[in-house]
Unconditional design. Structure first.
Length: 238
């Protein structure tokens, strides 16, 4: 019986044109030898692979999209070549590390169920990099992903996060769709206690546009950055 292939977790960039600075030679060497990729977004994945391995002919590679709307059957089918043909596969998120706040986690889960070897590579993670730079507790923290869209539900969620922060001595980490960033900042200032600390981390790893600052809610009043349509992570702590 032919052995199964290996599933490599390939990190990608957070900011444009930073692959030479943040992607390791080990990742590039692995991608050079892969012909099959399971990706969150076809267009960005193809462009990324070409940027780190320009010698590859993209049309000779296979890319299968598994996004947040993928069915369990599609997830399982994406690993058939790895299971049945012993073909190694690379999984690529739209940004950052695959499997972390990313639909690729379902592919990894199924790989373990089928005893496929999973190999992760180090790379930029907006969640961890923002936590590192915030000055907040890295011993106890919780990532909540995206907050509710409806204003009433979002405000309630913010109050709950602040409550958990206080009761558990726990850094709370969350994100927003970039075009709603500024509205979220307004909600944070109107909802949280004046002494609660807020870290705003935007454009992480960008040499020119990275913005990471921690201040109390009271200190942020009248001094909020304009991060409309910019990728950002938000953290609160006491």
């Amino acid at each position: 019986m032919k052995n199964t292939g290996t599933l490599y977790l390939i990190p990608t960039i957070l900011a444009d044109n930073t692959q030479d600075e943040v992607i390791s030679p080990q990742v590039k060497e692995t991608v050079q030898h892969l012909t099959y990729f399971i990706v969150e977004n076809l267009r960005t994945a193809r462009r990324y692979v070409k940027s780190i391995c320009p010698e590859l002919v993209i049309d000779q590679l296979t890319f299968v999209q598994i996004d947040k709307d993928a069915t369990p059957a599609q997830v399982q089918a994406s690993l058939n070549p790895t299971l049945e043909q012993g073909k190694d596969a690379g999984i690529i998120s739209e940004a950052g590390c695959p499997g972390v706040a990313d639909p690729g986690a379902e592919v990894v889960k199924y790989a373990h169920q089928k005893s496929i070897k999973v190999v992760p590579f180090a790379g930029p993670s907006a969640i961890l990099l923002s936590l590192m730079a915030s000055g907040f507790s890295g011993q106890q923290f919780c990532f909540h992903g995206y907050l509710p869209i409806e204003k009433r539900d979002r405000l309630q969620a913010l109050r709950q996060l602040e409550k958990e922060m206080q009761q558990r001595n726990q850094t709370q980490i969350f994100m927003e769709t970039p075009y709603r960033n500024n509205k979220l900042l307004e909600d944070l200032l109107s909802t949280l206690h004046p002494e609660t600390k807020l870290c705003i981390a935007a454009n992480i790893t960008s040499p020119e546009h990275e913005f990471i600052q921690t201040k109390s809610i009271n200190q942020w009043r009248g001094k909020l950055p304009d991060i409309h349509k910019q990728p950002a992570v938000f953290l609160i702590y006491k």
